[in-house]
Design a protein around this ligand. Structure first.
Ligand code: CO
Length: 138
């Protein structure tokens, strides 16, 4: 069912400071910061040869990552994102196997313009997994 690792998302309490660390210490290539109000985050992408890192900073009131920062002071790993070819098919297969989808169970458009869903971390031993629909290149 699953394909490539699309990204690893890290929550940070100070996006500017985090960008500086990744850039200056690791030589990372950073994207411009992008505000995603419907997800409650500002995101910066770091392209690596085989995947991406996303730095997430809370945006607005009630950001889901603010709650994360209360428990993980300073930041930490938030989720991994795995690619699937057909997100509705993946969702239906997973729910048939007993996995729970967060929210209303309907895909939302993620930071890369593709439909995404999150699965309940309790069903995956404490790790939050995002699924992103990425159509195979024609
Ligand atoms: Co993500």
């Amino acid at each position: 069912m699953i394909g490539k690792l699309n990204h690893v998302a890290l929550v940070v309490s100070d996006l500017e400071a985090a960008c500086k660390s990744w850039q200056q210490m690791l030589g990372a290539q950073l994207s411009e910061a992008q505000a995603l109000p419907e997800h409650g985050v500002t995101v910066v992408f770091i392209d690596l040869p085989n995947t991406r890192i996303e730095l997430l900073e809370p945006l607005g009131d009630g950001s889901p990552v603010s709650r994360f920062l209360e428990k993980h002071v300073g930041g930490g790993m938030h989720h991994i994102c795995l690619e699937v070819e057909d997100i509705l098919k993946a969702r239906d297969e997973l729910t048939a196997k007993g996995a729970r989808i967060l929210g209303k169970g309907e895909p939302k458009i993620g930071a890369h313009g593709n439909p995404v869903l999150f699965m309940h971390p309790a069903d995956f031993h404490g790790t939050l997994i995002e699924l992103e629909e990425v159509k195979p290149a024609a």
